[in-house]
Design a protein around this ligand. Structure first.
Ligand SMILES: [Zn+2]
Length: 68
């Protein structure tokens, strides 16, 4: 059995390009609506800062959404 549940690094995704990045290695970051987003490059941050609502994911409330 693999035991990687405990040693998970603080990884996140660049919301602009979708690349997985390490928070510590992120070259740029931006805060939007109380959430910090990390970027692989300043150009991704610039794109995010331009239209944050386009890239920022709404907080998942964990509820069941029913659309009929
Ligand atoms: Zn990027």
């Amino acid at each position: 059995m693999l035991s990687e549940a405990k040693s998970r690094p603080a990884a996140t995704h660049d919301p602009v390009c979708g690349m997985q990045i390490d928070e510590k290695k992120a070259t740029a970051k931006s805060e939007y609506q109380g959430t910090t987003y990390y970027f692989c490059s300043p150009s991704c941050k610039a794109a995010f800062d331009k239209e944050p609502s386009k890239y920022a994911k709404p907080k998942e409330s964990g509820g069941h959404e029913h659309h009929h």
